[in-house]
Design a protein around this ligand. Sequence first.
Ligand SMILES: Nc1ncnc2c1ncn2[C@@H]1O[C@H](COP(=O)(O)OP(=O)(O)OP(=O)(O)O)[C@@H](O)[C@H]1O
Ligand SMILES: [Mg+2]
Length: 352
Amino acid sequence: MITTSGLTKVYESRGRKVTALDGVDLHVREGEVFGVIGQSGAGKSSLIRCVNLLERPTSGTVTVDGVDLTALAGKSRRAGKDLRRARSSIGMVFQHFNLLSSRTVKDNIELPLEILGVSGAERSRRALELLDLVGLADKARSYPGQLSGGQKQRVGIARALAGEPKVLLSDEATSALDPETTRSILQLLRDLNQQLGLTVLLITHEMDVVKTICDSAALMQHGRVVESGTVAELLATPGSQLAAELFPVSGAATGPDRTVVDVTFHGESATQPVISQLSRTYNIDISILGAAMDTVGGRQIGRMRIELPGRYEDNVVPVGFLREQGLQVEVVEEDAETPAAAATALVKEGAK
Ligand SMILES: Nc1ncnc2c1ncn2[C@@H]1O[C@H](COP(=O)(O)OP(=O)(O)OP(=O)(O)O)[C@@H](O)[C@H]1O
Ligand SMILES: [Mg+2]
């Protein structure tokens, strides 16, 4: 639904060049909620602003619903008109709502329809329908100043939906809201995604947002996408930073001669009693040091850090058993007793 390829954005201010996007390839499937996460300055806002051409990319292409927006940008008047039409199929929700304080809630929602030249009666009908959809049917005549933050964001979302977009872009839509309101706004976005088949691309710096509603996620660092995939794919990727942050586990070995492993559960394996099977089959005591389980997209998914008695060499067979059950197992190396850690220690030694 949304594809960017080789997307680059270089800002020039006072003779200094800042590369905000450095060759971003992103693919958002139709009907999914896709989260882009990254630290401040990673280029998230630049990315979303380039996707709807609010910001002109320096190079690369942006395709939304089969239309190459970059090819339309800033060429002939005809292309300009096509670009405006293509952009009306993209709704945008902002962190600070961007509502007009002098207009009523209903008039705020009608604004994009006015710009599209929709007749008064039709505008009014659509606005009331949208207010109902976001749960604010009784606020049509209120002014933004009379609403709570969560209600303002609901108006922002209704306005973004006015042009019946197929894609909704959201830049930190919940970061000005308290946790409770955040949850209700995320739920609304999820409902809209499901009811209307809306594709949602959202930017956030909160891992919880990704965990709550995203089907897929990408991690941005220094203008680049360094990881990207469905939550299940990320979990299945050894060493994935996103997976580790989505399902953080900690806990150190309780003594010498212990093997600590992180086990990732997803899909079928999450419902099998593998840990108790492991314990019975090999007659070993297993300690759980930490766990992070959650339901993502209706499926149980998560990680567990467990400890087995003995060194890694003694546990090759039980670890193999876990892998055979379809689980992803990563050995946590905390001292130089495991081969990989020993290798790392040697490298460090050599570097001295
Ligand atoms: N209009 C601009 N002119 C010059 N530099 C800019 C402009 N907009 C953004 N930048 C720079 O581009 C880089 C990426 O900024 P961007 O706003 O995309 O980051 P972000 O990931 O959205 O950060 P945050 O989480 O703080 O919103 C930063 O170094 C920023 O200073
Ligand atoms: Mg930003």
